[in-house]
Design a protein around this ligand. Structure first.
Ligand code: 5GP
Length: 166
């Protein structure tokens, strides 16, 4: 239910497309329950735009937690914290509303794919700057050989990474 799309979004890249998994009722439930199992005790799920939103909100419901979005620059109203990050394909800035997380919050960070780790590093950094504790990072897939796991370990030593699909 995860299909390889060669040449997207640019030549030479093989994109992992999770649309079939999201569209299948049973797979969506299994996947989001599996991601939620990575965050017992979390009271906030942070999801990164955009596929982290789709997965993160049901994960939050499974956990009895709230959902907090991390968005690309310019989408969130009010005061924000921001972090520049390097994507597999380019550069961007992520933002978190300043009052969305406070000290004492226990965060499970959810995204679909870990590639170079730039996105997760930026999002974990935003949570930490807000004073929250990141208790885990949960993704559906890890693209091997791009250093994402190592980058997360350097950015947030000891924070467990849970990868649902081998
Ligand atoms: P990273 O920052 O780890 O290099 O890239 C991860 C981010 O880019 C995630 O937010 C993810 O949604 C997106 N991404 C990178 N490669 C892929 C891919 O092959 N498939 C999907 N679905 N997302 C990807």
């Amino acid at each position: 239910m995860v299909r390889d799309v060669p040449g997207f979004p640019e030549p030479g890249v093989v994109f992992k497309d999770i649309a079939p998994l999201l569209a299948d009722p049973g797979a969506l439930r299994l996947a989001t329950e599996g991601l939620a199992a990575a965050g017992p005790g979390a009271d906030r799920v942070v999801g990164v735009e955009a596929r982290g939103f789709i997965l993160g909100a049901p994960v939050a419901l499974h956990l009895g937690a709230g959902f907090v979005p991390v968005r690309k620059k310019g989408k969130l109203p009010g005061a924000t914290l921001e972090a520049a990050y390097a994507l597999e394909y380019g550069e961007a800035v992520l933002q978190l509303q300043e009052d969305a997380l406070v000290a004492g919050h226990r965060v499970l960070l959810v995204d679909d794919v870990l590639a170079t780790g730039g996105t997760v590093e930026a999002a974990v950094g935003l949570c930490a700057r807000a004073g929250a504790e990141v208790v885990g990072v949960a993704v559906l897939l890890e693209l091997p050989g791009l250093g994402g796991r190592e980058r997360l370990e350097r950015a947030a030593p000891g924070v467990p990474l849970h990868v649902l699909l081998p």
